[in-house]
Design a protein around this ligand. Sequence first.
Ligand code: ZN
Length: 296
Amino acid sequence: MSEIARPGASVAPAQQVSLHATTVPRSFVAVAYHDVHPGDVFSYGSLGRSATMYHVSERVFRSHLDVIQAAGVSSLGEAALRACLGGAGTLDGPGCVLTFDDGWRGAVEGAAPILAERGITAFFFVVSGFIGRRFFADQEGLRRLDPSLFTIGSHGVTHRMLSSLASQEIFAELSDSRRRLEDLLGRAVRCLSIPGGAVDRRVLEIAGAVGYDCVFTSTLGINPTALGRRGIARIGARQSTDAATLRRWLAGDLRRERARAALLAVPKRLLGMRRYLKVRRALLAETVGHDHFFEP
Ligand SMILES: [Zn+2]
């Protein structure tokens, strides 16, 4: 089992030798994807734009992988991720971690085979209550994901914002989803992605008590962060994320995104998360009647 996927055909043999499986980078950029759609036109019926604005087409997704491979950046699987966050990294230059939130069918059935073709590792964070629903992967699809390349983690049961829930509800979201996935897969599930990035100290404490030891957030940053495995920073990819932008991220330059996040943090703080999301939906011009069953 190769913990670090080696870039494929576009990389010269000399570089492949230097990317030995036991070599772990000192740092990494984690990129957050959601659905990967076969065509360039997205049609999700009544799902609001806030649920789909982070979706990309297969064409764009392949172009991102081309950029990653051409840059000679290695993707980290679960063991390499743990080694890096444990301080065992020796390789200069950041690696990358690819993640897919929510358990969309296009990610599991469309993106995963494309990744497997190229030997690139990834993490899939599944909302256990969405398994088998329209647009989402079913049990068989999740079971088919090759565990030597792909780690499956939890993204809650219902995708509710955890920091706004009572402690016993947070516990139920995190432990019930973990148990469902472990029963389905027959192996331990120890990685978690926080729905909507709604994390605070209480959520982190409960996640630790439930048994998660790698927690992915939506905080911008290069890993390891000060929180290490308890706060793995990510950056969200979109259909509009072009090659130059992705190259910049892979080089560890998130200045533009940090500036934007700092601007958005002001209304978020003033309004509180729930009201902020409501306002954001209004700004996205989503009309009443759309099915806002969750925020990505
Ligand atoms: Zn999500």
